[in-house]
Each structure stands twice: as structure tokens, then as C-alpha cells.
Design a protein around this ligand. Structure first.
Ligand SMILES: Cc1cc2nc3c(=O)[nH]c(=O)nc-3n(C[C@H](O)[C@H](O)[C@H](O)COP(=O)(O)OP(=O)(O)OC[C@H]3O[C@@H](n4cnc5c(N)ncnc54)[C@H](O)[C@@H]3O)c2cc1C
Length: 199
């Protein structure tokens, strides 16, 4: 079975994500060990808007009901592993259930759609664009290009970080980034020197 989105965790956060996903007409599946999450342990919840006082279980049941009402299935399972599928287009999620696949989608505005895409996804006329299914590498490239240098550094400074393994998995060549940064620095230095000499 292929879903647009798979949400791991059936607590308030995962269930809320599911409600939003369903409202965007994306098929989704929630996998979570504890149905309703840790709020089910709360004797009384008195800070949730709309309820003066409600038991955690009752609140969780209401959220679960809303999720199911939107047609989403919730699997009471623990996820053990998420792996890349050979054609690199899907993640596989391993639990004790049969393997499930999920793809990564990106919103493409109609002004950025090619003629071929417009022919294939005619719904763009009403919704103003379409959701493009990204390959695993494209999804990583997208994430990496939108990531701040601070966040990139957090990843590359992990003690056991290995640039080659990272490249094998994501297709991203950190050393190429380094080369570009070196080139930019060399150009900046040259420009500063030129400015200093000139004035
Ligand atoms: C006793 C108690 C009282 C509380 N009272 C209040 C209160 O009055 N008001 C308030 O605002 N908050 C309260 N909280 C806090 C509230 O419960 C949490 O803030 C809230 O549940 C967090 O939601 P969550 O979805 O982020 O995470 P969680 O509720 O922790 O949900 C995590 C979900 O992920 C699942 N999961 C984890 N690992 C895996 C895996 N490998 N595979 C599949 N599923 C997995 C879990 O089974 C669970 O379904 C209370 C918490 C406790 C424990």
C-alpha cells in the first residue's frame, strides 16, 4: 500500500498532523504504539481550549474519533526501522506489519509547472498547482538547499559523521559544498583586497 504521508506516533501531535493532512486530501496512515499518546495518562486536562475539564482518555478518544471520521486508519504498532527502497523513490517503514511505503511530495505552483505536468495533472486549474512526487535524492536536495548553514553544521559536526556515507544515502556531496565555499571565500578575499588597494 502506498500513502502520501505516514505519521509515526498516535499522540496529540501525530493525530493533529493526520487531521491537517486529511483536510489537504492527502491519504495518510497513523502508526503509534500508544493510541492517544501520553495524554491518556492525565487524570484531568484543564488547559485544552473548549473543555473546562476533561479526562486525558476522553480527550484522546475525541481526537481519535475525529481522525477516523476523516477516513484515516490508525495502526497500534511500533515502528522499528525506516529504510530506503531500491528505486530510491519511497521510504519503507518496518513494523511487525507488512512493509508500508510512503513518498515525499512537494507543492508546485501552477506558474512553475511544465506543459507536460499540466497535461498530466489537470486538477491544477482548480487548485492552482499540484503535488509532485519527489525521488529520495530530490527530497534530500530540496531539504539541504533550504537548510541554514547552522543546521547543516549541526549534521556535519556529528562526531561519527562520514561525508561518503552521507553522499551514498542522500546524493549530497558535502565536499562539493566545501569547494563552493572555498571559491566564494577566495573571491570575497580578492574583492576585499581590491577595495583596500583602491581606497
Ligand atoms: C500524567 C500526565 C499528565 C499530563 N497532563 C497534561 C495536561 O493536563 N495538559 C497538557 O497540556 N499536557 C499534559 N500532559 C502532557 C501531554 O500528555 C503531552 O504534552 C502530549 O501527550 C504530547 O503529545 P505528543 O503527540 O507530542 O507525544 P505523545 O503523547 O508522547 O505521543 C507519542 C506517540 O508516539 C508513539 N511512538 C513512540 N515511539 C514509537 C515507535 N517507535 N513506533 C510507533 N509509535 C511510537 C507513542 O506510542 C505515542 O502514540 C500530561 C502528561 C502526563 C504523562
Amino acid at each position: 500500500m502506498v500513502y502520501d504521508t505516514i505519521i509515526i506516533g498516535a499522540g496529540p501531535a501525530g493525530l493533529t498532523a493526520s487531521i491537517y493532512t486529511s483536510r489537504y486530501k492527502l491519504s495518510n496512515l497513523v502508526i503509534g504504539k500508544l493510541l492517544g499518546g501520553t495524554i491518556t495518562h492525565a487524570y484531568k486536562v484543564e488547559n485544552f481550549p473548549g473543555f473546562i475539564s476533561i479526562s486525558g482518555i476522553e480527550l484522546a478518544n475525541k481526537i481519535v474519533e475525529q481522525v477516523k471520521n476523516l477516513g484515516t486508519e490508525i495502526l497500534p504498532e511500533g515502528v522499528k526501522e525506516i529504510v530506503k527502497n531500491p528505486p530510491n523513490e519511497f521510504y519503507k517503514i518496518k513494523s511487525s506489519l507488512p512493509v508500508i511505503e510512503v513518498s515525499i511530495l512537494k507543492w508546485i505552483d501552477k506558474k512553475d509547472m511544465t506543459d507536460e505536468e499540466k497535461k498530466e495533472f489537470t486538477g491544477y486549474k482548480t487548485i492552482g498547482g499540484y503535488l509532485k512526487r519527489l525521488s529520495y535524492e530530490d527530497a534530500w536536495a530540496e531539504t539541504w538547499s533550504n537548510m541554514s548553514d547552522v543546521d547543516k553544521n549541526k549534521i556535519t559536526s556529528i562526531p561519527q559523521f562520514d561525508a561518503q556515507i552521507f553522499k551514498d544515502i542522500t546524493g549530497i556531496d558535502i565536499t562539493a559544498d566545501d569547494e563552493i565555499n572555498k571559491a566564494i571565500k577566495a573571491l570575497t578575499d580578492a574583492f576585499v583586497l581590491w577595495m583596500e588597494k583602491r581606497y
